[in-house]
Design a protein around this ligand. Structure first.
Ligand code: NAD
Length: 480
């Protein structure tokens, strides 16, 4: 199946007619082609967005809201089709795409369709100076949205929905590894009555298509989710052009388990926070620290549960772990397992590629638990982004806090304890943008989402996203 660019409300081949292969991770086969778009394609997308902006930015909030909610409804009524497409493109279980990815993409449109009707700006009365200030929140113009492969439609729409809700027009690029649901979204937008040019989707490689979006002199803001190295590169290009930048980057999140937690809830959730989506979620808790008094019990129970996870074809209901997203990614993750062994890590379970009958060329890997002797090893410091977690005991709150914070990343942290004072101390001291206590990945779309340190700059979610996608203009009126 060939994918086309979605520009000005219709579908187009890339101008230079060059294409990339699209792989199905569950069997390793090429199942379609995607545009390898050039600068000229990005320029066409920009021109369509620019032409649509005056009218879209003046469209009433009620009308914008109505269209966004209609997109949400259409995603919901096409749930199975989108879930199948996401699974085929990414390797994740269809059951996961159906329960999480696609419903969440629909929620993103519904949420921002509602949020824009509630978004307000401030006014300040300058008492004693006979003046009043009010702050306008105006759309920026044409903005760029660039997203990764792990939660393809979920993260793509997490940017696009607030951008267009706020009155901007968008040039967007999904990951070249998982372009399919972004392609299908174009059809939905047309059906929902989104005016042509408001959203334009250009497919292609990061270094060329993505780079052309970031370098474009008149695309005034870039919202990016992806790897830390890519984020640093984008910042180097965009910062001298004074573009607004939102960077959501990598993570190496600690999962800290104290003996006084609700053990069974912690154990079940930790299996999920370690291996959901094949461990390819930026929020996965990939470094597990367990209080020494329950370390041996946890190790036994956790490994038993992980061994029971079923690696299988993404279409089967019985599958817990599907395929990794690509061959190079599978190789990277396996390389880290070897690095762990070289650094005296002990593989407690998993560690090997899985061959599934009928799908021998698929990218399957056993969920892997590695006990590490020290926190300084590479597998505890570098992002692996696959079904691999490390395990280490700790004795004091101070020690575990130091280890938790001793990485360059600071996206999220999970804390398991029923001690209130400890909870307060730890949540204040953890260097992370998001801290979960006695839960994981519980999301409320109104809350700020993002990381500190090498995990990024800026926050998405709720009004934070609407603030990012608008410019504040203060107006001061003197009345004497
Ligand atoms: P990536 O950085 O390789 O690619 C992300 C996107 O950027 C893709 O669309 C890619 O084509 C594009 N890109 C690459 N080079 C570019 C350039 N020079 N200019 C413009 N665009 C460019 O990341 P990935 O491998 O797709 O995704 C995995 C990474 O994403 C992991 O590090 C993960 O932690 C991170 N991630 C972060 C969050 C978060 O919210 N913080 C969420 C999901 C994933």
């Amino acid at each position: 199946m060939n994918i086309q660019n979605y520009i000005n409300g219709s579908f187009h081949n890339p101008i230079q007619n060059t294409w990339l292969d699209n792989y199905n991770p569950s069997n390793g086969a090429v199942y379609g082609q995607i545009p390898n778009s050039s600068k000229e394609d990005v320029e066409n997308a920009y021109q369509a967005a620019k032409a649509a902006f005056p009218s879209w930015s003046q469209t009433t909030l009620e009308e914008r809201s109505r269209i966004l909610i209609r997109i949400s409804e259409l995603l919901e009524s096409n749930l199975q089709r989108f879930a199948d497409a996401e699974s085929k493109d990414n390797g994740k279980p269809i059951s996961l795409a159906k329960a999480v990815d696609i419903p969440r993409a629909a929620s993103n449109f519904r949420f921002f369709g509602n949020a824009i009707t509630q978004f307000s700006s401030e006014s300040h009365e300058s008492v004693g100076q006979d003046a009043i200030n009010y702050t306008l929140r105006q759309p920026i113009g044409v903005v760029g949205c660039i997203s990764p492969w792990n939660l393809p439609l979920y993260l793509f729409t997490w940017k696009i929905a607030p951008a267009i809700a706020a009155g901007n027009c968008v040039v967007a690029k999904p990951s070249e590894v998982t372009p399919m649901t972004a392609y299908l979204l174009g059809e939905i937008c047309n059906e929902a009555g989104l005016p042509k040019g408001v959203l334009n989707i250009v497919h292609g490689l990061g270094g060329s298509t993505g780079q052309a979006i970031v370098e474009h002199p008149d695309i005034k803001a870039i919202s990016f989710t992806g790897g830390t190295a890519t984020g640093a590169h984008i910042a180097r290009v965009a910062a001298p052009m004074f573009k607004k930048l939102s960077l959501e980057l990598g993570g190496k999140n600690p999962n800290i388990i104290f003996a006084d937690c609700d053990y069974n809830k912690m154990l079940d959730t930790t299996v999920r926070s370690s291996f959901a989506n094949q461990g390819q979620i930026c929020l996965c808790g990939s470094r597990i620290f367990v209080e020494a008094s329950i370390y041996d019990k946890f190790k036994t129970d956790f490994v038993a549960k992980v061994k029971a996870l079923k690696v299988g074809h993404p279409s089967l209901d019985s599958t817990n772990i599907g395929a990794l997203v690509s061959k190079p990614h599978l190789e990277k993750v396996m390389e880290y397992i070897q690095i762990a062994k070289n650094e005296n890590g002990t593989v407690l379970c998993g560690g090997k590629q899985v061959t599934i009958s009928g799908y021998e060329n698929g990218y399957y890997l056993e969920p892997t638990v590695i006990e590490v002797p020290t926190d300084d090893c590479r597998v505890n410091q570098e992002e692996i982004f696959g079904p691999v977690v490390t395990l280490m005991p700790f004795t004091t709150e101070r020690d575990v806090l130091e280890m938790a914070n001793k990485v360059k990343y600071g996206l999220s942290a999970t804390l398991w304890t029923n001690n209130l004072n400890r909870t307060m101390r730890m949540t204040h001291a953890l260097q992370a943008g998001i801290v979960w206590v006695n839960t994981w990945m519980m999301r409320d779309l109104r809350t700020p989402f993002g990381g500190v340190k090498a995990s990024g700059v800026g926050r998405e979610g709720g009004f934070e996203a609407l603030r990012f996608f608008t410019e504040a203009k203060n107006v001061c009126i003197a009345y004497n």
